[in-house]
Ligand binder design. Structure first.
Ligand SMILES: Cc1cc2nc3c(=O)[nH]c(=O)nc-3n(C[C@H](O)[C@H](O)[C@H](O)COP(=O)(O)OP(=O)(O)OC[C@H]3O[C@@H](n4cnc5c(N)ncnc54)[C@H](O)[C@@H]3O)c2cc1C
Length: 360
């Protein structure tokens, strides 16, 4: 289905651009899968709306964007009110209110998307490349018998998308030539929502209830909700933080990793970790940055005792300013760093903690 057509060299990270063909059609009507927590639509879903509004509508006369929220109870109602005011491009908010959808489980959600597509006939369905989106979208695509395009970082036209391949060492341009809907997951770091466009509506978008009378029960009960743990809300969210302070295996223990946490607190940033640090049990898995962890692109990324393995770089190389501290002058992290310090982290971090002013 995917045909590689040409190769273009890309600098400075030795990336290559491929053009491959998957398929095409005209008018855009987009369904965005909205994730919500504590009565708020998540920032990553706002990025999915931003992606839909910025790019899918290119060259189209009209691009209507419907945002789908599912769940039950007060939290859903609050999230719906938030979503309806959250972005100027939203045409309507669709609400699927049912106990069967109380938790964001992939199987009932995929069945819901299938049901809505039957009546809505959307040209595009978009979700953020979060655990939720990566879980739901391929299942829904399978029910709709289309091939999804994942991890999109740029949209050149309604059916023309750019996505990284080979751990971010190459970029692939994909043309979708399949039938509707064209289904995408997008990297939220590539579609930041500007403060001007968020919260800039004077009136709430219309809200419609989804008719669930034909919702299939078959999908319910295939997976079971156990519990939900959420990151410490005091700390900046790793996926959207402006500053990320990351520690590697060199920290040696969970106790020493507190140096990274103290520095992050001082700079008002989020804590990140390499897979080696996670595997060694210094910090939980949710802090892992990289190919198999979170993708981040903060204003400032500081890496302490991180070698710069290709799988780690895949998750942070798009950061605006990269600072690396490593005692090995030949560590690969220095090849992507804007500022590098060859030093022992157990000397450098305490000195930084002492000399840096605290964030107000
Ligand atoms: C399929 C696959 C997926 C993967 N996904 C990820 C991923 O998502 N994220 C990820 O991070 N990794 C991932 N990895 C693992 C990756 O290949 C590396 O093993 C890992 O990133 C290394 O972590 P590290 O830099 O902390 O450790 P190391 O490679 O051991 O590097 C430690 C560094 O610390 C330096 N150092 C040691 N002591 C000090 C000191 N006192 N002061 C200063 N510097 C010091 C050393 O010079 C060295 O450069 C993946 C691997 C595979 C195979």
């Amino acid at each position: 289905m995917t045909v590689v057509m040409n190769f273009l060299k890309r600098s400075p990270f030795n990336k290559y651009r491929f053009l491959s063909v998957i398929s095409s059609s005209r008018c855009a009507s987009t369904l965005v899968l909205g994730e919500h927590e504590n009565g708020h639509m998540k920032q990553s879903s706002l990025s999915a709306i931003e992606a839909a509004s910025r790019a899918i509508g290119v060259g189209e006369e009209e691009n209507s964007i419907s945002v789908l929220l599912a769940g039950s109870g007060e939290s859903l109602q609050k999230a719906v009110s938030h979503a309806a005011m959250s972005h100027p491009s939203i045409s309507q908010v669709l609400v699927a209110d049912s106990d069967k959808l109380a938790h964001p489980l992939a199987e009932p959600w995929a069945a819901l998307v299938h049901l809505i597509q039957q009546s809505g006939g959307y040209s595009h369905i978009i979700a953020a490349s979060s655990s939720f989106g990566k879980n739901v979208l391929p299942r829904a695509a399978s029910l709709l018998d289309v091939s999804p395009i994942t991890d999109v970082i740029d949209i050149s036209g309604p059916k023309l998308f750019v996505r990284p391949i080979y751990a971010g060492n190459a970029l692939c341009t994909v043309r979708y030539t399949g039938v509707n809907p064209c289904m995408l997951t997008i990297r939220s770091t590539s579609f930041p929502v500007s403060l001007n466009s968020a919260d800039s509506r004077s009136e709430a978008a219309p809200i419609s209830q989804v008719d669930l009378s034909t919702f299939s029960e078959d999908s319910v009960g295939k997976s079971r909700y156990v519990n939900h743990t959420s990151q410490d809300t005091e700390r900046a969210d790793l996926g959207s933080a402006r500053v990320v302070i990351t520690g590697g295996r060199a920290l040696k223990s969970a106790e020493n990793f507190q140096l990274i946490e103290k520095l992050a607190a001082k700079l008002g940033g989020a804590v990140g970790a390499t897979r080696a640090a996670v595997d060694a049990g210094f910090v939980p898995n949710e802090l892992q940055v990289g190919q198999t962890g979170k993708i981040v692109a903060p204003e400032l990324y500081m890496a302490f005792g991180v070698s710069g393995a290709i799988q780690h770089l895949a998750g942070m190389r798009d950061s605006k300013v990269i600072v690396a501290v490593n005692k090995d002058a030949d560590a690969p992290i220095f090849q992507v760093a804007d500022y590098g310090l060859v030093a022992d982290i157990f000397e450098a971090i305490p000195e930084l903690l002492e000399k840096l002013p605290s964030k107000k």
